[in-house]
Design a protein around this ligand. Structure first.
Ligand SMILES: Nc1ncnc2c1ncn2[C@@H]1O[C@H](COP(=O)(O)OP(=O)(O)O)[C@@H](O)[C@H]1O
Ligand SMILES: [Mg+2]
Length: 288
C-alpha cells in the first residue's frame, strides 16, 4: 500500500503522540545528536561499530536508539542478537506505526531494523527515504543519541542519511580500496554541500602507527582536493573478540568487556560524548 507524503505526515503526528505517552521528550527543547556511521567500501566494520557505540553510549546513561538504514540488507539486528518482529519496511508499507517498529536491543538500546531481504526497501525511492528521514527526526526529541548504521557506497541510499546526521563517523581499514572508497564518499557528500564534522575511525589495525598513516593519507587527500578537514576520532584494533562476538550474536563490548577492542571503543565514545546534548529540536518537533 503506497502512501502520499500528506498521509505520511498525518501518521507521524499520530506516532509522535503514541511515543509521547511512552517516553519523556528531552528537557529544554534538546534532541538527540544523530551520528551516521558510514564507509565507502563494505565489510569494514560499520555495523559492528554502530552496535557497540550504541551500547557504550547507553551504558554511560545516554538514551540511545540505533536505526539500521542499510535498507534491504539490514543486519545490525543479527549483531545485536535480536529478532525484530517489524522493520522500517512495515512502516513504509503502512502496516506498522513508527512506535510499533521500535524493539528492545542489548544494553537498553532501542532498535529499529531496516528490513533484511526486502527488495522494495533496497530500491526505495526518494520519497520513501525522505519519510524515513522524517521518522528519524521525529524520534530525536525522545532520546539523547541516535546511531544510523548506513550501507556502503555513494548511492542516495547512503548519502541521504549522512546528510541528515549531525556528525558522521567514517570507517575505513588500511586496505587500499577501503581508503580510496572512504575518500569517494567524502567527495560525494562534500560536493553535495555537506559541511558538518566527519570523524575518522581506522578499524582492524595492528598498531596505532598504522592507523595514523591511514588517517593522514585520507586527511591529506580531502584537504588538498576537497578543502575539507577530516577529524581524527580513533582506531579499533584487529581483535578476534569482535568476530567471536559476531558468532555469539552479541556486541563485543558486552560479551568481552575486557577485550582490547572494548577498551578502544570506550575511547571513541569519550571522544564523541562532547557532541551529545548540544542539538536543539527543530521548532516542529519541539511542539511534540
Ligand atoms: N576490529 C575488528 N577485528 C576483527 N574483526 C572485525 C573487526 N571489525 C569488524 N570485524 C569483522 O568484519 C566483518 C564485517 O563487519 P561489519 O560490521 O558487518 O562491516 P560493515 O557493516 O562495514 O559491512 C564482521 O565479520 C566483523 O566481525
Ligand atoms: Mg553493515
Amino acid at each position: 500500500m503506497r502512501q502520499t507524503i500528506g498521509e505520511g505526515t498525518e501518521r507521524l503526528r499520530t506516532d509522535r503522540n503514541d511515543m509521547a505517552e511512552q517516553a519523556e521528550p528531552n528537557k529544554s527543547g534538546k534532541r538527540a545528536t544523530i551520528f551516521a556511521v558510514t564507509s565507502g567500501k563494505g565489510g569494514v566494520g560499520k555495523t559492528s561499530l554502530s552496535v557497540n557505540l550504541a551500547c557504550e553510549f547507553s551504558r554511560r546513561g545516554h538514551r540511545t536508539i540505533i536505526v539500521d538504514t542499510d535498507l534491504g540488507l539490514a543486519n545490525a539486528h543479527i549483531l545485536a542478537g535480536i529478532k525484530p518482529k517489524r522493520s522500517l519496511s512495515d512502516y513504509i508499507e503502512g502496516t506498522a506505526e513508527l512506535a510499533e517498529i521500535i524493539e528492545d536491543g542489548p544494553c537498553k538500546v532501542k532498535f529499529i531494523s531496516g528490513g533484511s531481504g526486502v527488495k522494495d526497501m533496497a530500491n526505495l525511492d526518494d520519497n520513501g527515504r525522505a519519510r524515513i528521514c522524517v521518522a528519524i527526526e521525529d524520534l530525536a526529541p525522545f532520546c539523547d543519541v541516535m546511531i544510523l548504521d548506513t550501507g556502503a557506497g555513494v548511492s542516495k541510499g547512503v548519502t541521504d542519511f549522512v546528510s541528515m546526521a549531525d556528525q558522521t563517523i567514517l570507517v575505513t581499514t588500511s586496505n587500499f580500496a577501503a581508503i580510496a572508497d572512504a575518500y569517494g564518499i567524502v567527495k560525494v557528500v562534500v560536493q553535495d554541500g555537506y559541511d558538518k564534522p566527519i570523524h575518522c575511525v581506522v578499524n582492524r589495525v595492528r598498531s596505532p602507527e598504522e592507523a595514523e598513516q591511514v588517517f593522514l593519507k585520507l586527511k591529506g587527500c580531502t584537504e588538498r582536493f576537497l578543502a575539507f578537514d577530516l577529524n581524527w576520532l580513533g582506531l579499533l584494533p584487529e581483535d578476534s573478540s569482535v568476530e567471536g562476538a559476531v558468532l555469539k550474536r552479541s556486541p563485543f563490548s558486552e560479551v568481552f568487556p575486557g577485550s582490547v577492542a572494548a577498551r578502544y571503543l570506550a575511547k571513541l565514545v569519550s571522544g564523541l560524548e562532547r557532541y551529545v546534548g548540544k542539538s536543539k529540536s527543530a521548532p516542529q518537533a519541539a511542539k511534540g
